[in-house]
Design a binder for this molecule. Structure first.
Ligand code: ATP
Ligand code: MG
Length: 281
């Protein structure tokens, strides 16, 4: 029995071939090769049609559909978008508990000795929410959506550059009600994306940065978001003393989950794909 070669499988995967087709067996190599050719041609046609559909009628990629749905929902919840620098200081990381001792340090992209590409939005949001509370003396609800950078050993769920959407609420709930609020927000986000109860689940996990209070949103066994809350042991270093809740979503992971995709690289910043379809067709 003959099966597809590694090169053929790579090409079929690239073309979004349905999983069942990949396991097919053939009597002879000739039969297999002929089958491969036919399948490749068919899948290429699908991809081309999808690209035409994008350029001529949809005009907006799945990535942007996901981020727009999230932004619309956040607006309806009274959150304001903030835009902060992508380059952050070593000092800021240290205040997040990330310094020479921690494993996370090895994932950081350094720009120079004292600056790096942000691996998370939290340090900037700590400053923004603290200052806004100082000025307004009212509950603060803000979010940022932007690139974060981590050296990852790649794989199907990790990109070196990905888009985090981090929402935070400061001084908005009574102490003791943080987890409840996290759940309410998480449920709201899933609803905004069109997911129904049962299509996602919440778990509580240990987190290197936040200690024992990490709350995760999972879709089909994949983490799509992590939430946390304060008062927290990192807060005093940032001059924050009120309750807060925050959730960081990965836009590419959400998009991949909604599209039932097998690999995240189709959904991120890339020159190899457009809206999940390969460009080398
Ligand atoms: P994981 O354990 O899967 O590596 P994490 O717990 O380190 O993720 P968080 O720091 O909780 O990630 O970041 C919040 C969200 O950002 C994650 O739930 C995920 O959706 C997304 N995310 C984190 N790292 C990446 C990455 N390298 N590529 C794509 N998305 C990511
Ligand atoms: Mg996490």
């Amino acid at each position: 029995m003959e099966r597809y070669t590694v090169t053929q499988l790579e090409r079929l995967n690239e073309l979004n071939c349905p999983k069942e087709e990949l396991d097919q067996e053939f009597e002879t190599k000739e039969e297999r090769n002929e089958h491969f050719k036919k399948l490749e041609k068919q899948l290429t046609r699908y991809a081309r049609n999808d690209i035409f559909d994008l350029l001529e009628s949809r005009l907006i990629t799945k990535y942007r559909v996901t981020s727009n749905k999230m932004a619309d929902w956040l607006k309806s919840e009274g959150f304001t978008e903030v835009i902060t620098p992508t380059i952050v200081s070593k000092e800021a990381l240290k205040k997040m508990g990330i310094d020479s001792g921690s494993q996370f340090m090895e994932q950081v992209f350094w720009v120079d000795g004292k600056h790096c590409l942000r691996p998370m939005l939290a340090p900037n949001l700590y400053v923004e929410m603290r200052e806004l509370l100082r000025i307004t003396r009212k509950p603060v609800k803000i979010y940022e959506m932007g690139s974060c950078f981590r050296k990852e050993s790649q794989g199907s769920q990790h990109l070196n550059e990905f888009t985090m959407l981090n929402l935070v609420e400061l001084a908005s709930v009574k102490d003791g009600e943080q987890l409840q609020e996290l759940e309410r927000l998480a449920r709201g986000a899933m609803e905004a994306l069109g997911l129904e109860e049962g299509e996602y689940e919440f778990t509580q996990e240990d987190s290197e940065v936040y200690g024992k209070v990490s709350f995760d949103i999972m879709i089909n066994g994949m983490e799509v978001a992590s939430g946390s809350y304060g008062p927290h042991f990192l807060d005093p270093a940032w001059g924050v003393f009120d309750t807060w809740v925050g959730i960081g979503f990965g836009i590419e992971r959400l998009t991949m989950a909604l599209d039932k995709g097998r690999t995240i690289k189709r959904y991120g910043r890339t020159l190899s794909f457009i809206d999940g379809e390969p460009l080398n067709i």
